[in-house]
Design a protein around this ligand. Structure first.
Ligand code: NAG
Ligand code: NAG
Ligand code: NAG
Ligand code: NAG
Ligand code: NAG
Ligand code: NAG
Ligand code: NAG
Ligand code: NAG
Ligand code: NAG
Length: 758
């Protein structure tokens, strides 16, 4: 382990192996001349042995000779070199201008020089794209052709005409005084000659010489003086640049790579490029994209800092920041922006939706949804609470509530909607114990175990709604044994609900009319119920000021307790009596058959209206007929009007229930009928008060129980007198008491019944 570490340390100390690994192509020495005059000499070119790439020919071997004029000139073989490019694989040399001149002394043309270049000893090709064969002169035709020994024979030429000196134009080498022609590709040698048939002898006066040369087109700019003078030769020193392409060896890249020791592309990050002149014409090396330098040198290709490259334009879009990387660069948008920093634009960050942003956004949305739901739920709850509180307020709940607080010990409760829903199983149909025109009554059990009847009205008038709380306050204080106890109400609903004590034995209506074969109820019991009802109404009329008017007295509003005690109920139509004219009730309410005709005429509900209605109830008890019989003839429809009719004709007995006729003396029944008649007086004033009615009924009740005298005991409030052992009975009537049915005998002297609990 330690040994291994030591080894590693040692290796580090020694350092990496030498860059020039064995087997790679030779590299130039440090001492090699890299510049001649003002010309750079990049490898593979070099002056002297060991300084240039050896390819077995003269291609890269240069000599730097100081000429007679003192200048250093660079030569490749015998050709003067202008410069060279590793990147483009080019070498620029000087091409000699070939003149052909008129000799005025000999009056003929001088002999022409057959200029030729032969580059077959080097691996050069004449670049056909950059060079042009150019002829200057008047009436001059010159040719350029490949060398004799080459198998591919090319020949082309052009002719420069001179229609007149005035037609010559600077910069235009298009046939007038100057012509140019392209050369074929792949030439590595050429020779130039003039056509002797066309000579300047005819134009020698202003154009003595013609010139033909292969030159770099870009470096040539035609001057009119070139035709008329020797300026072309003089200005350029008899020579003009010519671009040559060079290549390494005569192998392709693929072939060259097989011999690593001869492979020239030694730099990392370099590529090999086959010569464009085809197979067998060698290869070139080039630095890979993003690198620059000399691929023929070890580590010659260096990363280009594109960001600071002065020669090329800034590589990124303007707001982008350029970051150089090895072999390339990155364009980065400034902070808080995103987009295409290369050649697009950077924009404020928003499209850059990475995972983080996506997750962030999702989480935000979820949080938002949850929050919104919560807010909505709270809102909905508040809204509901608000609605409830609105109703509560609307129904005068606050007044009631305040009153209730100030009056301690008031046994009245404000129920919530939930409490009542719970008590009735969400107002289930099975809990319905009564259905009427103006509402439904449900039986329910409150949380504290009270059995209650909940009256849910269909609708209430605006006035009722408004004064409901106030009314409730009054009604809640009514505590009378013959009036159904109102436990409380629920104000937080549109139509307030009333919660009464549950009265188990149904209504008086059911007791009288519920059986097809008659009520089977003794007259004394009827009188007792009538008396109790009258007491209740009297209490209502006298208890409060202004008096409370029931407004809808009828047999179906008189409930019967376990022991058949009357319990006046339903204050749905009950109203406080008005204290002044303006407050008179302005709508007719009540039940047909019971309605006070005076009230119908005047629309004034008074306590005497209750007296009239009570009169009808009394008639029902006496006759066992319904208050309104739609099956009967017109005059017999209304029990009240038929009764008055019959009474007027002294035919009362016909109307009376046969059962009570057998029970009681006709005198007593006539007295009861007389009381009813008084109640049914057309003028309210003439009717007795409820107090007077109650007293009369009390008197009659006592008479009926004890025809021979006053009762021996005032404690008996029950329907019948108790018997020590009332096990078997016989008589006319089956009386339903609670859940058991007993046969009861009704004699003149003995009454059997249930004693009220003390
Ligand atoms: C390639 O060049 C070498 C000398 O460098 C020569 O011996 C060989 O014959 C040439 N091969 C071809 C196909 O020209
Ligand atoms: C350059 O000089 C070398 C010797 O110094 C000579 O061999 C060569 O011919 C010269 N080249 C030219 C073009 O003068
Ligand atoms: C070398 O690469 C550069 C840019 O990549 C290119 O312009 C040049 O022409 C290449 N040279 C050759 C000889 O293919
Ligand atoms: C003209 O020709 C003669 C004889 O051949 C020669 O000596 C002379 O140099 C020539 N003149 C020019 C300008 O070429
Ligand atoms: C030049 O051309 C003329 C005719 O245009 C001809 O007579 C003369 O021989 C030619 N000279 C030469 C040297 O060919
Ligand atoms: C080409 O052939 C012509 C004659 O046929 C001759 O004058 C010239 O010198 C030759 N050129 C070369 C480069 O051998
Ligand atoms: C061509 O340019 C030269 C100066 O370079 C000028 O003297 C000559 O007059 C010009 N020729 C024409 C035809 O414009
Ligand atoms: C590989 O190149 C070296 C150096 O140019 C040469 O000496 C050797 O003979 C070459 N090997 C082959 C297999 O061509
Ligand atoms: C620059 O834009 C062009 C066209 O819009 C596209 O083809 C090219 O890939 C872009 N360059 C960079 C570096 O994004």
């Amino acid at each position: 382990m330690i040994l291994a570490l030591l080894t590693a340390v040692l290796v580090c100390w020694v350092g990496p192996p030498p860059a020039a690994a064995a087997g790679t192509a030779m590299q130039p020495g440090e001492a090699c001349l890299r510049r001649c005059g003002n010309i750079d000499i990049p490898y593979p070119f070099g002056v002297g042995s060991g300084c240039h790439l050896e390819t077995g020919d003269w291609t890269f071997s240069l000599s730097c000779n100081r000429t007679s004029d003192g200048r250093q000139r660079l030569y490749n073989y015998q050709i003067e070199v202008v410069d060279m490019s590793v990147r483009y694989g080019q070498l620029r040399i000087y091409s000699l201008i070939n003149p052909w001149c008129y000799n005025s002394s000999t009056r003929g043309m001088n002999g022409q020089n057959n200029w030729w270049y032969d580059m077959s000893i080097t691996n050069f090709r004449i670049n056909d794209a950059l060079n042009r064969f150019t002829v200057i002169g008047c009436n001059s035709l010159a040719y350029i052709r490949s060398l004799n020994d080459t198998t591919d024979l090319y020949m082309t030429g052009c002719m420069a005409m001179c229609p007149g000196v005035g037609r010559l134009e600077n910069g235009s080498c298009a046939g007038v005084g100057c012509c140019q022609t392209a050369i074929p590709s792949g030439l590595n040698g050429y020779q130039i000659s003039f056509e002797e048939k066309f000579n300047t002898s005819g134009t020698s006066s202003f154009s003595p010489c013609s010139y033909a040369v292969l030159l770099e087109a870009a470096a040539f700019d035609f001057r009119t003086a070139y035709v008329t003078t020797d300026e072309f030769m003089a200005a350029n020193g008899n020579q003009v640049p010519l671009v040559l392409d060079w290549a390494i060896g005569n192998k392709t890249c693929h072939e060259a790579k097989l011999n690593a020791s001869a492979y020239a592309c030694v730099s990392g990050n370099s590529d090999c490029v086959d010569s464009k002149y085809g197979r067998g014409k060698g290869y070139l090396c080039n630095c890979s994209s993003g690198y620059d330098g000399n691929p023929y040198l070890l580590n010659g290709c260096q990363d280009i800092n594109e960001c600071e490259d002065q020669n090329s334009r800034y590589p990124c879009s303007v707001p982008g920041t350029c970051v150089n990387t090895i072999g390339g660069y990155n364009c980065v948008c400034p902070d808080e922006t995103s987009g295409n920093a290369y050649n697009g634009t950077c924009e404020q960050k928003k499209s850059q939706i990475g995972w983080e942003i996506a997750i962030g956004v999702s989480v935000s949305i979820i949080v938002l949804i949850i929050t919104a739901s919560c807010v909505y739920m709270v809102y909905a709850k508040r809204r509901l609470a608000k609605i409830k509180s609105e109703y509560f307020k609307q129904h005068g709940g606050h007044t009631l509530f305040d009153e209730m607080r100030s009056r301690q010990g008031l046994s009245f409760k404000l129920f919530t909607q939930e409490e009542l829903e719970e008590a009735t199983g969400r107002f289930d149909e099975r809990h319905v114990i009564g259905k009427g025109a103006n509402g439904t009554v449900y039986k329910g059990i409150t949380k504290d175990g009270c059995v209650v009847a909940i009256k849910k009205c269909r609708l209430a008038s605006e006035r009722q709604k408004k004064e409901f709380g106030k009314e409730m306050l009054i009604v809640s204080q009514i505590n009378h044994r013959y009036i159904v106890k109102l436990y409380g109400c629920c104000l937080e609903v549109e139509v307030p609900m009333l919660v009464y004590k549950y009265i188990p034995n149904g209504t008086l209506y059911r007791l009288i009319h519920g059986r097809r074969d008659g009520p089977r109820i003794p007259f004394t019991a009827r009188l007792k119920i009538a008396h109790q009802t009258a007491e209740a109404l009297s209490y209502l009329h006298s208890w409060a000021s202004p008096p409370i008017i029931h407004g809808d007295v009828k047999t179906s509003n008189i409930l019967l307790d376990e022991d058949y005690t009357a319990k006046v109920s339903d204050f749905g139509a009950s109203t406080l009596a008005p204290t002044d004219e303006a407050q008179f009730v302005t709508f007719v309410q009540g039940t047909c058959g019971y309605l006070d005709p005076e009230y119908m005429r005047t629309c004034k509900l008074t306590d005497k209206s209750d007296v009239y209605s009570f009169g009808v109830v009394l008639l029902e008890l006496l006759t066992c007929r319904k208050a309104l019989n739609l099956e009967e003839l017109e005059e017999e429809k209304y029990l009240s009007s038929q009764f008055l009719l019959v009474l007027g004709e002294n035919r009362l007995e016909e109307m009376l229930d046969p059962q009570i006729k057998s029970e009681q003396s006709i005198e007593l029944l006539e007295q009861a009928a007389e009381l009813a008649r008084q109640c049914l007086e057309m003028l309210g004033e003439k009717r007795p008060t409820m107090r007077e009615v109650a007293e009369e009924l009390d008197r009659l009740s006592k008479l009926a129980q004890h025809p021979w005298g006053p009762p021996d005991s005032g404690e008996l409030v029950g329907l019948l007198r108790s018997s020590p052992s009332p096990t078997t009975y016989s008589g006319h009537c089956r009386l339903e008491l609670g859940s058991s049915t007993r046969n009861v005998s009704f004699g003149d002297t003995e009454y059997i019944g249930i004693q009220s609990p003390r």
